[in-house]
Design a protein around this ligand. Structure first.
Ligand code: NAD
Ligand code: UDP
Length: 316
């Protein structure tokens, strides 16, 4: 086990939603932090408060290009995560997962750094096993509109394990399930931020399909605790699911958001996007067993905090 303190971490995608929370956490824990981002979906606002910190450095760089730095740890989070954004330039999305992860594994090999890679529940595709354990190989369409993300993340996992087997790189893989919270962009496009922004603006709340599809929503602070546990408090390589195993239909989520915001918005129904998974919920047995992980923030509590954040973003 590696102790936290006085070391240097490279956080790719560090100006994004999750990456910026990781920057905060590592600064608090005494690390030197290099935040690398190309600002495709990230924002300088997310890390503005760190800009003058003596242990924080911001580098504008695209991860598909090689990058050199002396670091002890890499957290590889660069990649657009919202379907709207990852499908807007699918070839670039695939390059970011594939070339970007290869570049980071190459750097880890060269400098002897540990690397924790952000994979996703999307590796399970439209799952035929429910809830999803890490042992399930998934049901992914290799040629559909979501494939650039799903297959890119699957191939990135392969690279993490091959660099470990061939070059002894200390790679760790976390499969992140739908995570939400402060610092999501107003235009992110994922369901929690869309519903909250629509409710606060009094716009129609757009349910895709009939709203019976399910997701399991994890608040950002729980996810960050899981990443820290995987990276520092265990010898597990993964892949390991991190999320919250409460399961809700999209319609239930819409109703909760309307009730918390006391919004007068109407719920409207739009076509379901192609290959949209019908169910998703993590099996967290491995995370509980190897990391002592337990999600703490209930959906209502996390939604209230996220609504407060979006109120201030929208200056309401
Ligand atoms: P996000 O879009 O807020 O953050 C992604 C960050 O990566 C952004 O700052 C973006 O500008 C940056 N980026 C994108 N392409 C890049 C490139 N080529 N070079 C450098 N930087 C680049 O999304 P997020 O929710 O914070 O997701 C972070 C990571 O976690 C992603 O890898 C994502 O796939 C993974 N993940 C997130 C979730 C979730 O629910 N939030 C679920 C599964 C996996
Ligand atoms: N969704 C929705 N309305 C929206 C955005 C998303 O009904 O405005 C649905 C989407 O079709 C999916 C679920 O909410 O079934 C979660 O979508 P999201 O884009 O957040 O992430 P996914 O889990 O699909 O990657």
């Amino acid at each position: 086990m590696q102790a936290i303190g006085q070391k240097r971490v490279l956080i790719t995608g560090g100006a994004g939603f999750l990456g910026s929370h990781l920057c905060d956490r590592y600064i608090e824990d005494g690390w030197d932090v290099i935040c690398m981002d190309n600002f495709h979906t990230g924002s300088k606002n997310n890390i503005q408060h760190l800009r003058d910190h003596p242990r924080f450095e911001l580098v504008r760089h695209d991860i598909t290009e090689p990058f050199m730095a002396e670091v002890d740890l890499i957290l590889n989070f660069a990649c657009p995560a919202s379907p709207v954004h990852y499908q807007s330039n699918p070839i670039k999305t695939l390059k970011t997962s594939l070339l970007g992860t290869m570049n980071m594994l190459g750097l880890a090999k060269r400098v002897g750094a540990r690397i924790t890679h952000a994979s996703t529940s999307e590796v399970y595709g439209d799952p035929q096993v429910h809830p999803q354990p890490e042992s399930y190989w998934g049901n992914v369409n290799p040629i559909g509109p979501r494939s650039c993300y799903d297959e890119g993340k699957r191939a990135a996992e392969t690279l993490c394990f091959d660099y470990h087997r061939v070059h002894d790189v200390e790679s760790r893989v976390v499969r992140i399930f739908n995570t939400y919270g402060p610092r999501m962009a107003v235009n992110d496009g994922r369901v929690v931020s869309n519903f909250i922004v629509q409710a606060l603006r009094g716009d129609d709340i757009t349910i895709y399909g009939d709203g019976s599809q399910t997701r399991s929503f994890c608040f950002a602070s729980d996810l960050i605790d899981g990443i820290i546990a995987l990276t520092h408090q265990s010898d597990t390589q993964g892949p390991i699911n991190i999320g919250n195993d409460g399961e809700f239909t999209v319609k239930e989520l819409a109703e909760k958001v309307v009730s918390i915001t006391r919004s007068s918005s109407k719920i409207v129904y739009k076509p379901l996007p192609e290959d949209d998974p019908k169910v998703r919920r993590p099996n967290l047995e491995q995370a509980r067993k190897f990391l002592g992980y337990e999600p703490k923030v209930r959906l209502e509590e996390g939604l209230i905090k996220t609504v407060d954040y979006f109120k201030s973003e929208l200056a309401l």
